[in-house]
Design a protein around this ligand. Sequence first.
Ligand SMILES: [Zn+2]
Length: 131
Amino acid sequence: MPERRPFTWRDRFGDEITCVRCLEVKDSADMDRLLWCRECRLAARGRATRRGWVVGAVGALALALWIYLVIQPSDLVVGGWLATVVAAAWIVGRVAREMFFGWERFQNRRAMEAVPPGSVPPELGDAGPLS
Ligand SMILES: [Zn+2]
């Protein structure tokens, strides 16, 4: 008797699934449970990373100002304070990235990465080599 494979969420769909973000039909192996394809996940991750770095830089700048104005460190351990600011930028950036990415996943906006037909550049659109 053949061993039965456990039922997974993918079994509710066929081999090809339409991504809810870009509306392109992709192989089901590329999809996650929110029906986002790999490219859409990477795009969202990249957006979250850029936003996270901005927040990290602003946080590090605020910390540097606070250290400079409130703590008023001596010149003896400048390297230590610099390392503190860099570590703060890295940690705040990472935390902000995860929060931005989590918020985008939570919102789960449909068709956000979809390209409307009219906005395709002319060299890739109807005047392509196949038409
Ligand atoms: Zn997609």
